[in-house]
Design a binder for this molecule. Structure first.
Ligand code: CMP
Length: 133
């Protein structure tokens, strides 16, 4: 059993799609083991996305991620990291495969609906960043 970390981003929360996204995860064998809805502070968004701090889109990403409530999630399941990434599809919704979460609920490469950890190491860091043991 593996854990992964996910965020339902402000654009998907605004569109009232939390239930549909979680249902897709649950229907594919992922179980919600932690969840919290909150408004991220700039400090939290900057810390969470620190690896992207030198990228040109960083400030805009922080502004977007703090623009409204997000749902922070930890999912558990077999191959949870890869499973959630496959369900989300490509980072850019325009390039995501039909039926994927980002294709269905993403609005742009920035407002792409959901985040998911890219590796098991990242998942452990990200779960710990937002959830107590
Ligand atoms: P996420 O999976 O949360 O990881 C980093 C985020 O940065 C990504 O989703 C997008 O929201 C954003 N992002 C990645 N690449 C770009 C880009 N080229 N332009 C704008 N935002 C981006």
């Amino acid at each position: 059993m593996e854990k992964t970390f996910a965020i339902i981003k402000p654009n998907a929360v605004k569109k009232n799609c939390i239930g549909k996204i979680i249902a897709m995860a649950e229907d594919n064998g992922l179980k919600v083991v932690s969840a919290r809805m909150q408004n991220l502070s700039s400090k939290e968004a900057e810390g969470f996305y620190a690896e992207h701090s030198q990228r040109p889109f960083f400030q805009s990403l922080v502004k977007f991620m703090t623009s409204g409530p997000v749902l922070l999630l930890a999912f558990e399941g077999e191959n949870a990291v890869e499973k959630w990434r496959k369900l989300m599809g490509a980072t850019d919704p325009a390039k995501a495969a039909p039926g994927t979460i980002r294709k269905l609920f993403g609005d742009s490469i920035e407002a792409n609906g959901t985040h998911g950890s890219e590796s098991l190491t990242a998942a452990q860091r990200e779960v710990a960043f937002f959830f107590d043991k």
